[in-house]
Design a protein. Structure first.
Length: 171
């Protein structure tokens, strides 16, 4: 059999699996997604920056893409392998954007994170101030307050340490 005949047979199989998957055949959908996994892993590796890959791996992005594809496959309107890859690639890129927004949001800036080895020692708070931080990052529970976990705050009905006002008083 020639290589051209093999490609034609594979394309016909993919189109048949797409039709079956759209009719609810989970096995056909599994075959389709498994066939695309390696390609999606390559795309995810290219799309994620090295800084972001520390927080989320390309395989995590691919897995999330697969889960969304299973849940949303009835919305897929293509018929060919190329159309399926384009649809999955679009979903994967949206997942990369979501991961980027999550980890690079102002409340969680990766460049503000400090390795644990640097977060110890007496000069830690001064190092934060030198970096431009205007508030302490590490909260210390005072030694004389170790048994206060169930004590109620005087200014609100919350347990000590669960509201802003009493937390600031405790530090």
């Amino acid at each position: 059999m020639s290589a051209n005949a093999d490609r034609q047979r594979e394309a016909a199989d993919v189109e048949r699996w797409i039709r079956e998957a759209l009719l609810g055949n989970r096995e056909a959908l599994g075959r389709l997604l498994d066939m695309c996994r390696h390609y999606l892993l390559l795309v995810a590796t290219q799309e994620l920056t090295p800084t972001l890959q520390v927080k989320v791996s390309p395989s995590d992005i691919v897995q999330e893409t697969m889960m969304k594809a299973v849940g949303n496959f009835l919305r897929f309107q293509g018929h060919t392998h190329e159309e399926l890859l384009a649809w999955l690639r679009c979903t994967l890129r949206n997942n990369v954007i979501n991961a980027r927004m999550h980890f690079e949001a102002s409340k969680r800036q990766i460049d503000r994170e400090i390795p644990l080895t640097e977060a110890t020692g007496e000069g830690f708070q001064q190092n934060l101030l030198d970096r431009g931080e205007n508030r302490p990052v590490v909260w210390r529970w005072p030694a004389n307050r170790t048994n206060d976990w169930n004590r109620r705050c005087n200014s609100c009905p919350n347990i000590i340490g669960t509201c802003c006002a009493c937390t600031r008083q405790m530090v």
